[in-house]
Design a protein around this ligand. Structure first.
Ligand code: PBG
Length: 327
């Protein structure tokens, strides 16, 4: 009686609820991360990530076609080499696994947009993200190798590079190496606010990239820190990043929002392996409904300010967008 404020009015009808929806998503903002391995006729399931596979280049077309049929047109490649060494030499070899995958994908699927994760941890025998010196990653020495890696990926066919190593100065080093090679128009998507996170556990199994000793806390960020995330973002912007990223996504919505409000670049968030595997495991146990949880997680990332969402659920989310479940 006499109550004029009734928020429920706008929830009273499904058409109306959709009309007043504040967060809208589009398939063009989805990026699918994919693992490519050396060898032939390989499609092996990653045990810690049910439903995700490592593909050899001759088999990756299956997934690439399914993605593009579903309207997902961007993929990010992670290479898993047979040979790993101290210097991560297969990261920047022109016939390296990821370079071969880029070349093949570019040729056979010219409409796909190909992104290269630039890091050394999948390629080094010690599993760290750069070149070691006295038991720690040598920042400045690593820059040269990251730059070489980025250039080699672009030469092979990558349309964009995404450094995930967290070395200081890597964006500037990569930008100038790309420019020197004439790749002025290849964007850099920086993993700017990347935290030392246990959510990466299943990925390290997938990419065989767990550090052989120690952890990544001398280069990845301490997850207690918010202002430091902004510092990292501002540095990357100054160094020439075209897109900045927050990683992981799910537990870091505060930072996605803060960064979205603080910089005028597109903001990406990466819903990482642990987020995916937790949903899979809880759904398999019957505790949650996989599709609904997946959708709610994605919407929360977009609501926080995500422009580009990197997710192992890309194909499934695109389907949900088609069905009108979300979007
Ligand atoms: C490489 C890299 C990692 C991820 C993306 N790039 C692993 C790490 O930093 O340990 C994690 C992705 C995921 O967990 O899905 N440095």
């Amino acid at each position: 009686m006499g109550q004029s404020e009734r928020p429920r009015r706008l929830r009273s009808n499904a058409v109306l609820r959709k009309m007043v929806r504040e967060t809208r998503m589009d398939k063009s903002s989805l990026v699918y991360p994919m693992f490519v391995v050396e060898g032939k006729n390989i499609k092996e399931e990653i045990s810690s990530m049910p439903g995700q596979f490592r593909y050899s280049p001759d088999r990756m077309g299956e997934k690439l076609e399914a993605l593009s049929d579903m309207g997902v047109s961007s993929v990010m490649f992670f290479g898993i080499p047979k040979h790993k060494d101290e210097m991560g030499s297969m990261a920047y070899a022109q016939d390296g696994i990821v370079q071969r995958a880029f070349a093949k994908a570019k040729k056979e699927y010219p409409d796909l947009y190909l992104i290269g994760d630039v890091c050394m941890c999948e390629y080094t025998s010690h599993g760290h993200c750069g070149i070691l010196c006295k038991g720690d990653v040598d920042n400045d020495r690593t820059l040269e190798f990251l730059a070489k890696t980025a250039v080699s990926q672009v030469q092979a066919g990558a349309d964009m590079v995404a450094p995930s190593d967290m070395m200081d100065g890597r964006v500037a080093a990569i930008r100038s190496a790309l420019d020197e090679n004439g790749f002025f128009n290849v964007p850099v998507m920086a993993y700017s606010a990347k935290f030392a996170s246990s959510f990466y556990g299943p990925f390290r199994d997938a990419a065989e990239s767990a550090p052989a000793f120690g952890d990544r806390k001398t280069y990845q960020m301490d997850f207690h820190n918010r202002r430091e995330a902004l510092k990292e973002v501002f540095l990357d912007v100054k160094e020439g990043a075209d897109i900045v990223m927050v990683k992981p996504a799910m537990a870091y919505g505060d930072l996605i929002r803060e960064i979205k409000d603080s910089v005028n670049l597109p903001v990406a968030s990466y819903s990482v392996s642990g987020e995916y595997s937790m949903v899979k495991a809880a759904a398999a146990a019957g505790y949650v409904e996989e599709k609904k949880i997946m959708c709610e997680m994605a919407v929360s990332a977009y609501r926080a300010g995500t422009d580009i969402y990197i997710t192992y659920f890309a194909e499934e989310l695109a389907e949900c967008m088609d069905e009108g479940v979300i979007g």
